[in-house]
Every structure is written in C-alpha cells, then in structure tokens.
Design a binder for this molecule. Sequence first.
Ligand SMILES: [Fe+2]
Length: 360
Amino acid sequence: MGEFFNPVNAIFGPGSFERLPSLIAGRSYAVVTYGDSYFSSLVERLEQAAGRAALVVNNVQANPDFPDVKLGCEQMKALPQLPEVYIGLGGGSAMDTCKALAVSGGNWPLLKEHLETGGERVDELQNPSIIAVPTTAGTGSEVSIGAVIWDHENEGKWGVRSPNAYADYAVVDPELMLSLPLDQTISTGLDALSHALESIWTDKHNLVTQPIAIKASRLVLENLPALAEDLGNIDLRTNLANAAMLAGIALSQTRTCIAHQCSYPLTMYHEVPHGIACGFSLPMVMEWAIGHDDMCDEGLVEVFGEDLKAGHKNFEKFMDDLNVSRDPTSYGPSQAEWNGWLANAVAGAKGQSFLGKVLI
Ligand SMILES: [Fe+2]
C-alpha cells in the first residue's frame, strides 16, 4: 500500500525569482530572512517589484532558536494587521522560521505550546499563504511540511505539526545560489543527498517516492564534486537545486531516517552544520542498508551501480574527495558517545523505520 500527497506548487529554474510579485498579487506580505547584506539586497529587489513589505524579519540564524522566533512573533503582534503572505527567503532556517511565524499569527505562547507538546492546539494555528524561496540547495523545506525550531537552552528540538506549514508556492531559483560559499554548498548538497538516500532505506518508501529519490541521489552524486570546483556554474547549481527539490518531495512523504536521527546531537552539542552532521554517516548507513530489503537494494543499485560493494567504496571516495570526514569522533564526540547516540537512534521511531541492520 502506498500514499502520496504534496500540495506545494513549485516554480523552478533560473529567473524564477521574478515570478514573486505576481504570486504576491498586491497582497500585504512579510519577508523572513537573514540579516546579511546579500539578503537585504534581495529584499530590496523584491520591494522594488512588489511594493513595500509590511514586515521584514531578518534575525534568522542557523538552527532557529526559541528567542529568535519569539522576537518574530512580537514584531508581528506590533503590526496593525497581520500580513496575508509570508515569504521565507534563505536556507532551511529562514524557511522554517517563516513557516512557524506564519502559522503562529504572532501568538508566541500558542506556538511554543504547540511545539513543546508535539502538536497540541493545532486547530488554533493560522493558515496564511506561504511562499518558500530557497537560497541553498539542500533542505527541501520549500516542498515539505517540516519546520524545525530548536530550544537550545533546554536542549529541545521541535517541529510544527500542521499541514498549514506547507508552502503554497516553492520558488526555486538557482541564480540565488550562485554566491553560496564552498562549505555551505557542500553541507547543503549533502543534506539533499541525505534526504534522497534516507527515502530509499526507510520502510516508508513507495512506488512514487522511490524514483524521485533515485533521481535526486544521482543528481547530487554526479554534480556536487564538479560544483565544488566551479561554484559559479549555473548549470551545476540548477542540477543541485533540482536535486534538493526532488529530495524534499521524497522526504515530504517518507520523512527522514537514521542518519538524521544520529545527526541531531552532533548539531546540538558540537555545532556541526546539519548537512555535514547527517551526510558524513551516509556511507556507513549504506553499508548497513545493503542486503535486507529488495526494494531498498534495487534503489541503491540504481544509484550506485550493480556492484554495490564497489559502489560503496566509490561513495566513501566521494566523501573523501569533498574533504568530509567519515569518522564521527572527528566532529567532537568520543566513540562511546557516538555509539550511545546510535543506540538511541535505533530504538527511536526513525531508527525503527530503517530497513537495514545497524552494527554498533
Ligand atoms: Fe536534513
């Protein structure tokens, strides 16, 4: 039995950013983005074409934290009326913050309770228009329901659990990604690869998600090394942007799996960027995945070739060539700590959905 549902209208390809004014269509809008000058200039470009934004929230940081989201809510509350459209402009952190603010209606206590209780008061959340405009090729947040918000003070990681957090439109313009530096290009590319491969080795994979995940995996593997050498290449950027969107579509159905579950402590305690934290372990997880499920094996063969042992070796070399260490201890934890996180991950829901056999 399989299921597929994704309500996001996607507009993609170089120049898509120009479509934003017609999507806003004269409605009042908020932009949620980063504070750097590159993003200020994008907001300016948008305002010149679409009129002034009712609100610009530009305090977004990597791994959005409770105090930052609370501040955004307060800015919304101070407005005479709430904006009709919310535009998340940036990487996953900006899009996720945008989604959280949009559904909050500026009501921080409500949003906080919804997050901390794992989904209560969902019926009270707002449902305004959301337009997600990624400037990295990785997270897939533009086409998925997820909106991850961290509570660093209390070591919490929460998610908005409402279909209202789906964007109405994803506007995926690879031209916005041209100036992304090397380290973020690699980490976000590995995040996209993680979403694609995790969609293959989870028991939630199905007839629709599998070919999407295969295509996304191949696009990253074939294009990321070349892009790392040629960051301003629009064709390679387009291939990665497409890969991330496809991986996000697969992920929106299957959710992520064990590599993601093991990544969270690395990000929480050792500040490892999300894409590296889940990407570095992919060759290890692939080895555990092989030989336990026919559909998973077939998917891996489509990605890595008929000889999966040789494919696995090539995959290790792919990471080594990108200078991404495959050793968990190189990121900070001891081997014993890592093994503990792995054991916890295996016992959790994401670990249970993993089709392979974890060897600790
Ligand atoms: Fe991810």
